[in-house]
Design a protein around this ligand. Structure first.
Ligand code: SAM
Length: 219
């Protein structure tokens, strides 16, 4: 298994992706984005999207929600801001360049944190998850959607083969679900409440954690 990606590699990769992201990646991630946003709408209220990118998800939310988006990439956020300036998304309240490892929000600021195709790309996924848990209200949810490592068979072999090259492109095909589950167990303040393949193809996995009502012992 390769080590986790460096943040500066990701920043450089997404500066390159920004001008073409919507056309090339928009349709590819559509089902996953919609599934995550639908789950987040069921929670409602104040939603933080980490790694919001160009704001492709704005269409998937409505006025029952209030969206704050952060992303480490200035060029990606710049595109999200242009999208928000269209006036079509009054539910989008803030878009900021910020590293998900170090969220500049107070504890329990959001009803829900959503990460669409981002947790596998960060330098320290466990730290990002702990930050998400910190800013979510007790009883709130962390909702992730991603392609996760297939772990066995032909698909897993291809993912291992592609892993090294994919890193420079800002992609990561070999991230195992087990890491997410292990984080929740260690953290103690977030319970895994759902893990399911997103229809129709099952390429992406939706994972939901619920923030415990009591404070965790250790992050
Ligand atoms: C594959 S894109 C997904 C964008 C968007 N969520 C979507 O589904 O279209 C991954 C995004 O995560 C962002 N990202 C990577 N590392 C990050 C970090 N440490 N903090 C915040 N955003 C990060 C990238 O800049 C990029 O915009």
């Amino acid at each position: 298994m390769l080590r986790d990606p460096d943040s500066d590699v990701m920043e450089k990769a997404y500066a390159r992706w920004a001008p073409v992201y919507d056309v090339l990646c928009g349709p590819v991630f559509l089902n996953g984005r919609r599934a995550a946003a639908q789950a987040a709408r069921a929670v409602g209220g104040r939603i933080l999207e980490i790694g919001v990118g160009t704001g492709l998800s704005f269409d998937d939310y409505d006025q029952t929600t209030e969206i704050t988006g952060i992303d480490i990439s200035e060029p990606m956020i710049a595109r999200a801001r242009i999208r928000a300036a269209s006036g079509r998304y009054p539910h989008v309240k803030g878009l900021t360049v910020m590293d998900a490892h170090d969220l500049k929000f107070g504890d329990a600021s959001f009803d829900c944190v959503v990460g669409q195709f981002v947790i596998t790309l960060v330098e320290n996924p466990e730290r990002v998850l702990s930050e998400c848990a910190r800013v979510v209200k007790p009883g709130g949810q962390i909702i992730l959607v991603n392609h996760l490592y297939s772990e066995k068979g032909f698909a897993a072999a291809v993912e291992r083969l592609l892993a090294q090259k994919a890193r420079g492109l800002g992609l990561r095909p070999e991230f195992p679900f087990q890491r997410l589950a292990a984080w929740a167990e260690r953290h103690g303040g977030a319970e895994l409440i759902e893990r399911r393949k997103v229809k129709p193809f099952g390429v992406y996995t939706l994972v939901r954690f619920r923030r415990a009502l009591a404070q965790p012992q250790a992050a």
